[in-house]
Ligand binder design. Structure first.
Ligand SMILES: Nc1nc2c(ncn2[C@@H]2O[C@H](COP(=O)(O)OP(=O)(O)OP(=O)(O)O)[C@@H](O)[C@H]2O)c(=O)[nH]1
Ligand SMILES: [Mg+2]
Length: 438
């Protein structure tokens, strides 16, 4: 069956020097050919040519066109790419002409979906393409690049093979008498499952870290009123985002701002000062602060070093010292107590830079290195957790049937991560590696 021809603008809609229109599908070359002054059907693949584009004798634009022959294209189908002048209207007119000739407007992600269906990329890589486009930090971008490059695919394929091998060995032993099951499991299967579990747990751990930094590290600034939390946020952002006054209780809602530091995204949250209050607006603010703390990657607990610590400060220190980086602010005013905390003034840019380095160090110190094994998104993480759960739940009383079932469940999750068909591959593997009569 012929694939429908899809077309779409590949560059952002707006004014620019050039706009790129992509067309893909069996008849894409014929369809575009009806609009061009050059005969695209006679054009060798992977060449760029100059052409005029006209629709029903109306001249539309002068363009550059590339033709790709299946399977050597991004989607694996015949493809045409047209660079038009970059105006909003002109690119739309050319696109409309292609639609008039019988193409349909491509739904979201359709080009990559076809690339996946035509096995140009696996699911991990298809997801990485989207991630690369949307990456907000260099740190995350590097991980997505490695995924597109196939690193994680290799890790998953390797894991898949280990599980397939395990499953095949369990299956050929299914006919043994019951009493031998347990011994076989203990000596041959259990050590392997444990090794695989360790690897899986390591992947899960790394993936959680990546998911945390791909959306930006969350840094929540807390402390009692008037210690300089909003001043700190403003100094970090380099602009006056939050209102600062000498009146305690100025900030009542969460104010947030984002920066990029050393290639990583950090989202800072300034919160309402925490103290005993009767004011319902303030109480609501304090409630929100507590919620923010729950999902913080870093907590900055701010104290006013120019004043004696109060009962409220002591309470906060007691509650958060395990998780928080404790800061004494207003260093420029001198110190009232000798405290062994990170000392700074929000008025001193050098102090702010040093603080940012400390936050950077704390957040990135355990980041997975490029040589390590990881996945990059929630879908993959969930499936990986599925693998873990199945391998952990060894059926009691143990039968090889049930064990085989658990291993296949975890395999199924790996196949899903890669977007592959489970049953067919498993059968192929078993038939190709073992003789049927065994
Ligand atoms: N001298 C000095 N004053 C500071 C410093 N940081 C903040 N302040 C002052 O401290 C007062 C309170 O600052 P804010 O940033 O509003 O404090 P806050 O913690 O956000 O207060 P609430 O929103 O009420 O909880 C303001 O008058 C600031 O100018 C500092 O490093 N040195
Ligand atoms: Mg404030």
């Amino acid at each position: 069956m012929k694939s429908k021809v899809i077309a779409s603008l590949a560059t952002p809609w707006g004014t620019g020097a050039i706009a790129l229109i992509r067309v893909s599908g069996d008849d894409s070359i014929q369809i575009v050919n009806r609009l061009t002054s050059v005969d695209l059907e006679k054009l060798p693949a992977n060449m760029q040519v100059y052409s005029k584009i006209s629709n029903q004798n109306k001249f539309l634009d002068e363009v550059m066109i590339s033709v790709f022959h299946q399977p050597k294209s991004f989607t694996g189908e015949n493809m045409v790419e047209i660079s038009t002048h970059g105006g909003q209207l002109i690119s739309q007119e050319v696109l409309k002409a292609i639609i008039d000739q019988g193409a349909i407007l491509a739904p979201r992600g359709e080009f990559t979906r076809r690339a996946f269906l035509n096995k140009k990329v696996n699911l991990l890589q298809a997801e990485a393409i989207n991630d690369i486009i949307n990456a907000k930090s260099e740190g995350a971008l590097n991980k997505f690049r490695e995924t597109l490059n196939g690193n994680n695919t290799q890790v998953m394929n390797h894991l898949k093979e280990k599980l397939l091998n395990l499953l095949a060995r369990i299956e050929v032993n299914l006919d043994y008498p019951e009493y031998e099951n347990y011994q076989f499991y203990q000596t041959e299967i259990q050590p392997e499952i444990e090794a695989i579990l360790m690897q899986v747990e390591n992947i899960i751990d790394n993936t959680q870290k990546i998911i945390s930094f791909r959306s930006g590290y969350r840094v929540v600034i807390i402390g009692k009123p008037n210690v300089g939390k909003s001043s700190l946020l403003n100094a970090i952002l380099g602009k006056n985002k939050a209102i600062v006054t000498q009146i305690a209780g100025t900030t009542r809602d969460v104010v947030e701002g984002e920066i990029n530091f050393q290639g990583y995204t950090y989202i800072f949250y300034d919160t309402a000062g925490m103290h005993e209050s009767q004011d319902i607006i303030e109480l609501e603010g304090i409630h929100k602060t507590k919620e923010m703390i729950n999902f913080a990657d870093v907590i900055l607990l701010v104290l006013d070093g120019s004043e004696k610590l109060t009962k409220e400060d002591d309470e906060l220190i007691k509650n958060y010292q395990d998780r928080a980086l404790i800061i004494t602010n207003k260093k420029d005013l001198g110190t009232k107590e000798k405290l062994n905390y990170w000392s700074l003034s929000t008025k001193n840019p050098q102090d702010i830079q040093q603080l940012l380095w400390e936050i950077y160090q704390r957040t990135t110190k355990d980041n997975p290195r490029s040589s390590s094994e990881y996945l990059t998104n929630d879908r993959q993480l969930k499936l990986m957790e599925n693998v873990k759960q199945n391998l952990k739940e060894i059926p009691q009383p143990l039968t090889l049937d049930l064990l085989a079932n658990k291993v296949s469940q975890s395999l199924k999750a790996i196949f899903e991560i890669l977007g592959q068909d489970f049953n067919e591959e498993l059968l192929d593997y078993i038939f190709n590696n073992f003789c049927i009569g065994k």
